[in-house]
Design a binder for this molecule. Structure first.
Ligand SMILES: Nc1ncnc2c1ncn2[C@@H]1O[C@H](COP(=O)(O)OP(=O)(O)O)[C@@H](O)[C@H]1O
Ligand SMILES: [Mg+2]
Length: 400
């Protein structure tokens, strides 16, 4: 369901901005309008919807209009034309009071520059948003402590910002936005100033957080890898226009035009695709079967091992054909030959990490969820195939 609808929204800067609208309609480029009319096109007739609970990424090079677009979404700036609806309500028709309510309860923004007050403690920074809303002292402290815990900063509440690393400071910024308990988080290049590794961690945590809290997140980035990693859908911007909206897969495999194609051609798939993309349906057996059944199953399917799962699909381990033969000869049970400690990864593990694990391991690599349920198996060939750009759709279907 759409939580926000953006219809034909433009933002032009300059003394006679409205004139530019007509010129855009006539097909003038941003460059020409700037040169001949001294009007800057920030956003050019953007139309899209944001679904409840998704991570919607707005991606584009510097100057493509991302920040302008995101500021329009909470009316920090006024559009030159177009409509923006939140829960079906027109943002532009709201009075001050209604707008204040939207900013209080519906949308919170996280900025790139950490924007922390140096002389306030971490928790005082986290509760700042609620403080200016004049929320009850005790309540706002509780909300701030809760959101600090959510972002992994329990124990740091009374530190000063300069005692924290860059990554932790950005977490405080995130906690401040979360303390409002908004439905929608707007994050403008929120991770762009972080070191790559810390940035990765933050991306993972954002995905996890979103999963837990079911927030709608509008995430701005100029980084394609980041967009592909965290976006449920991505809108790619160029010169103020949205040139394509799609899932990461769609953007990679069905680029809408030459621009998108060039944008994605250098993508390192090993840093984008995950275990979930390349896993296959695992062959399994329950431990109450005997070794003869196990061997028969392996023979039938032309494989040399099986995953052992319980009735709840939890992974117990792996058995090999060799061990099953041994068990058959020596009257052992299946339970006796389970190898319980084979390698396991989560569905979000990146391919470049899988590579190393699959090459080190003799038994197949299992993909399990947080609760230890078996989701799939990684076959080495599939990892290589995906990197070579084979169709990924086939593997995705076997996730069930
Ligand atoms: N307040 C402003 N006045 C004039 N031009 C602006 C203003 N804000 C942004 N722009 C212009 O709008 C375009 C888009 O900028 P911006 O939204 O900041 O891009 P991004 O966030 O993608 O880097 C740029 O050409 C920029 O110079
Ligand atoms: Mg920007």
């Amino acid at each position: 369901m759409a939580i926000m609808q953006v219809r034909n929204v433009s933002k032009l800067f300059g003394p006679h901005a409205e004139q530019g609208l007509e010129l855009l309609q006539q097909g003038w480029s941003k460059e020409r309008i700037a040169k001949e009319k001294n009007i800057t096109v920030g956003v050019n007739r953007a139309t899209f919807e944001i679904n409840q609970g998704e991570i919607f990424v707005i991606m584009g090079l510097s100057g493509s209009g991302k920040s302008t677009l995101v500021r329009l979404l909470n009316r920090l700036i006024e559009p030159t034309s177009g409509e923006i609806l939140i829960h079906g309500q027109d943002l532009r028709k709201m009075n001050k009071e209604q707008l204040r309510n939207v900013r209080r309860k519906t949308i919170s923004m996280v900025f790139q520059k950490f924007a922390l007050f140096p002389h306030r403690t971490v928790v005082e920074n986290a509760e700042y948003g609620l403080e200016i809303q004049k929320a009850d002292k005790k309540k706002r402290r509780e909300a701030a402590l809760r959101s600090l815990e959510l972002v992994g900063l329990k124990g740091w509440e009374n530190k000063m910002p300069d005692q924290l690393s860059g990554g932790m400071q950005q977490r405080v910024g995130l906690a401040r936005a979360l303390a409002n308990d908004p439905e929608i988080l707007l994050m403008d290049e929120a991770f762009s100033a972080l070191d790559p590794l810390i940035r990765r961690d933050m991306q993972d945590e954002l995905i996890e957080l979103q999963d837990k809290m079911k927030k709608t997140i509008i995430f701005i980035t100029h980084d394609l890898d980041e967009a592909l990693r965290i976006g449920d859908r991505i809108a790619l911007m160029k010169d103020g226009s949205i040139v394509q909206i799609g899932t990461p897969e769609e953007i990679l495999t069905q680029p809408a035009n030459d621009y998108v194609e060039r944008f994605v051609e250098d993508v390192d798939l090993s840093k984008v695709l995950t275990a979930a993309h390349v896993m296959r349906r695992p062959e399994t057996i329950t431990p109450d079967r005997g070794p003869r059944v196990a061997l028969e199953l392996m023979r039938e399917r032309g494989i040399s091992n099986l995953f052992v799962i319980d009735r709840g699909k939890h992974l117990l381990g792996v058995i090999t054909a060799e061990d099953a033969n041994h068990a058959l000869r020596n009257n052992l049970k299946l339970e006796d030959i389970i190898i319980p400690d084979g390698p396991r990864v989560g569905p979000n593990t990146l391919l470049n990490e899988l590579f190393e694990i699959t090459s080190l391991s003799k038994v197949p690599l299992a993909v399990v969820d947080d609760g230890g349920k078996l989701l799939g198996v990684i076959v080495r060939g599939a990892v290589l195939g995906a990197l070579a750009g084979e169709s990924k759709n086939e593997e995705v279907k076997t996730n069930a």
